[in-house]
Design a protein around this ligand. Structure first.
Ligand code: KIV
Ligand code: ZN
Length: 523
């Protein structure tokens, strides 16, 4: 209990680097694991399970390096109920200032009969003897009866009682196949605590999989049933449909903490960076509509919603994206957007429109939005230029050329118009890939130190004629600037979006001086 807030503290156990890494295609090198583990510490997790030490020399090395480097976080050594696994986990975590061992063995009849091919009695004996063996080395022992939610209560109680008697200090009840319903899962924790001898002397941990989309709901039910730990992964990555998503659980607790009466140590401002890092390192894109960290999670296209938001954010948002470290761009311009939102977005470029200008722009905007799904930043700036004769962006892409080859560096050249001087300049550069070559060209034109931070590329429909949408984020110092562009040529879309984000950065650093033919200044 936190005496200042009178809320019970829920401990976040992060298994991105162990269970999360079991996601198909998600495997990580030791260096990648170390980088993610550092971000997890910044994020404020309480426990990190960095891998499965017996599984490979690389995983052993990662667990060892993380145990040696990270302070203020408990390191969990993962092992089957097998001596060799336990020995490896003990050695790999030996230098951690705070550690636990996590032993698991299946408990459901389906697993015992078909996978382990052992009797129930053999399972209990193995669990008992391996906990006793591990306890010689480490005091904090977590025990997981795998597939617990499909194990009959009676046998589950028998195993849990046996491992507590041998010194297990934390009991995890994994919903290994994501089968449980929230009410059932919460009740199971209560039943174990009440019916197992020693059940009230240990701590409990929840571990849920998301096969039915219930992992967060089940974890919250476990929280309400009194568990201390919740096992989660960043972005919910993991086997099949994944594990409980760290950011969803943490923000559910944060947003509804008064009702739940609990809190976590998660720092919301580090959530976005953690999510991006895991997604990029594991090469696992985040669904647009993923709660908390998805691209659409804080974006609004419907005119009524946009109107409400512009009057007061809380009309349609229950969390503040800026608190989560998410660059704010809540208004997505599309065919459902109204004049109010359009005027607001144009205002963000520093331009105030007269009513007749707004009407002309709105008509062109609706035609474009009807023809495409969204109106990108790059396109809106072009429309403003066409309908009001104002130049907003200092630089514009006029032409690109890229030569690709499978054995040699890619060569790009680009023609950029500088609206401030009225001149066109040609830049060329090479890169390991065409995008690197293109962005190297553009950086030569921009009078700022710009870093390429992130990019998403998607097709807006299917088939060869589909337009590609590029969304590029650049960094100047600590500030991020994000912009989007559409083109049938994805390299052109990328170049335009990159340059548009650079233009945004330039606007933030100095007003753009536009040529005299423009009707008004956009600075
Ligand atoms: O899902 C599961 O059962 C697990 C355990 C081994 C804890 O990941
Ligand atoms: Zn799992």
């Amino acid at each position: 209990m936190n005496p200042t807030t009178s809320k019970r503290r829920i401990r976040i156990f992060d298994t991105t680097l162990r269970d999360g890494e079991q996601a198909p295609g998600g495997s990580l090198t030791p260096e990648e694991k170390i980088r993610i583990a550092r971000q997890l510490v910044k994020l404020g997790v309480d426990v990190i399970e960095p891998g499965f030490p017996i599984s490979s020399p690389g995983d052993f090395a990662a667990v060892q390096a993380i145990s040696r480097e990270l302070q203020g976080v408990e390191i969990c050594g993962f092992a089957r109920a097998v001596k060799g696994d336990i020995d490896a986990a003990v050695r790999a975590t030996a230098d951690a200032p705070l550690r636990r061992l996590h032993l698991f063995l299946s408990s459901s009849d389906i697993h015992i009969d078909f996978q382990l091919r052992k009797s129930r009695q053999q399972v209990v004996e193995l669990a008992r003897s391996m906990v006793a063996y591990a306890k010689q080395f480490v005091d904090r022992i977590e025990y997981s009866p795998m597939d617990a939610t499909r194990t009959g209560e009676e046998f589950l109680f028998e195993i849990v009682e046996a491992v507590i008697a041998e010194g297990a200090t934390i009991i995890n009840i994994p919903d290994t196949v994501g089968y449980a319903l929230p009410e059932e899962y919460g009740r199971l924790f209560r039943r174990v605590r009440e019916n197992v001898r020693g059940g009230d002397t240990v701590e409990y941990s929840a571990h849920c999989h998301n096969d039915l989309g219930l992992a967060v709901a089940n974890s919250l039910a476990a929280v309400q049933a009194g568990v201390t730990y919740v096992e989660v992964t960043v972005n919910g990555v993991g086997e099949r449909a994944g594990n409980t998503s760290l950011e969803e659980l943490a923000m559910a607790i944060e947003t509804r903490k008064e009702t739940l009466g609990v809190e976590t140590g998660i720092r919301p401002e580090e959530i976005y960076a953690a999510s991006k890092l895991v997604s990029r390192t594991m090469h696992m894109p985040i669904a647009f509509n993923k709660p908390v960290v998805g691209r659409n999670a804080f974006q609004h296209e419907a005119g009524i919603h946009q109107d409400g938001l512009l009057k007061n954010r809380s009309t349609y948002e229950i969390m503040d994206p800026e608190r989560l470290g998410i660059p704010r761009s809540m208004i997505i311009l599309g065919k459902h957007s109204g004049r109010h939102a359009l005027r607001h977005r144009v205002g963000q470029y520093g331009v105030t429109l007269a009513d007749d200008e707004l009407e002309r722009l709105y008509a062109r905007f609706k035609e474009t939005a009807d023809a495409q799904k969204t109106v990108s930043d790059d396109e809106l700036i072009r429309l403003i230029g066409e309908t009001t004769a104002r130049v907003i962006d200092r630089f514009a892409v006029r032409d690109i050329q890229v030569v690709s080859s499978s054995d040699r560096a890619r060569v790009a050249s680009i023609v950029i118009t500088d609206h401030e001087t009225g001149e066109e300049q040609v830049y060329s550069a090479t890169g390991a890939g065409p995008i690197e070559a293109l962005t190297a060209c553009i950086k030569q034109a921009i009078p700022l130190e710009v870093e390429f931070e992130d990019m998403e590329l998607h097709s807006l429909s299917s088939g060869e004629q589909a337009a590609g949408e590029a969304e590029v984020t650049v960094r100047v110092g600590e500030a991020l600037y994000k912009s989007s562009a559409l083109d049938q040529d994805v390299l052109m879309a990328t170049a335009k979006a990159f340059l548009s984000a650079c233009n945004q950065a330039l606007r933030a650093h100095a007003p753009v001086r536009v040529p005299s033919t423009s009707a008004a200044s956009a600075g």
